[in-house]
Design a binder for this molecule. Structure first.
Ligand code: GRF
Length: 222
C-alpha cells in the first residue's frame, strides 16, 4: 500500500451534508487519509453543496426529476462518478433508491450510513420507531450497499441510550453525533485497505465481521 496515494472518495448527498462535513473535518485533521474528488447532489442549492464548495471540493448537481426513469438517472450518475475514479463511493444522506445496476456496479465499494442499529428499523422514521418500541438503545450503522434497501453486510455500529424524555428530534441529534465519529473511522479502514466485502462477507483485516457489525459502543466526541 502506498500511503502517499490518497484514497479517492466520491460522496453523494441530498441535503444538509453534516456527515459530509464530518468527513471533510476528519481529512483536515489528519484522521482520514483520503481525498474527496467529487460531491454529487440530486438536489440543487442544498447546504451540503455549499459545505463542499467552501472546502474547495468539486461539486455536481444532478437533478433526477427530468429523467424518464430511475435507470436512466442512475446511468448518468454512474458516468459522473466513474470520471472521478473513486475507491469508495459514500452515501451520506442521499435520499434516492438506487437501481440494482448501480449497486452491482459499485459492489464492495459503496457504503451507506443508516440511523438505526440494523437490522432493526430499515427505512424511514427510525428514531420515532425506536422510541415507540420502548427501546433503551439506538444508534447508527454503516453497511456495504446491496440490492436490498438498507440491507447489505453491516460493517460497524455506534450506540446511544434512549432517555425517558427523548423525542425523535433529540434522539436524531444524539445519533448524528455518533455518525460524525463513525463514518470517518470506517472510511479510514477503507483508506488503509483493511475493509473489504469478499465472497465470504464483510471483512476487516481478513477477519469476518459478525452479522451485526463491529460494535463500537458510544464513541467519544473529538
Ligand atoms: C443521516 O442522519 C444519515 O443517517 C441518513 O441521512 C442523514 C443525513 O444527514 N442516511 P446529513 O445530510 O449528513 O446532515
Amino acid at each position: 500500500m502506498n500511503l502517499s496515494v490518497k484514497h479517492r472518495l466520491v460522496i453523494l448527498i441530498s441535503g444538509s451534508g453534516s456527515n459530509l462535513q464530518a468527513i471533510i473535518d476528519a481529512i483536515a485533521a489528519g484522521d482520514l487519509n483520503a481525498s474527496i474528488e467529487l460531491v454529487i447532489s440530486n438536489k440543487a442549492d442544498v447546504k451540503g453543496l455549499s459545505r463542499a464548495q467552501k472546502a474547495n471540493i468539486k461539486t455536481l448537481t444532478l437533478d433526477h426529476s427530468p429523467y424518464p426513469s430511475r435507470e436512466a438517472f442512475d446511468l448518468d450518475l454512474i458516468k459522473s462518478i466513474d470520471k472521478a475514479r473513486p475507491d469508495t463511493v459514500v452515501l451520506a444522506g442521499f435520499m434516492r433508491i438506487l437501481t440494482a445496476e448501480f449497486v452491482s456496479h459499485y459492489r464492495g465499494k459503496l457504503l451507506n450510513i443508516h440511523p438505526s442499529l440494523l437490522p432493526k428499523y430499515q427505512g424511514l422514521n427510525t428514531h420515532q420507531r425506536a422510541i415507540d418500541a420502548g427501546d433503551r438503545k439506538h444508534g447508527c450503522s454503516i453497511h456495504f450497499v446491496s440490492e436490498e434497501l438498507d440491507g447489505g453486510p453491516v460493517i460497524a455500529q455506534a450506540e446511544v441510550s434512549i432517555a425517558g424524555n427523548d423525542d425523535a428530534n433529540s434522539l436524531s441529534e444524539k445519533v448524528q453525533q455518533q455518525e460524525y465519529q463513525l463514518y470517518p473511522l470506517v472510511l479510514e479502514w477503507r483508506a488503509q485497505e483493511r475493509l473489504h466485502w469478499t465472497s465470504e462477507g464483510a471483512e476487516l483485516d481478513g477477519n469476518a465481521i459478525s452479522e451485526s457489525g463491529i460494535q463500537l459502543g458510544h464513541l467519544p466526541a473529538n
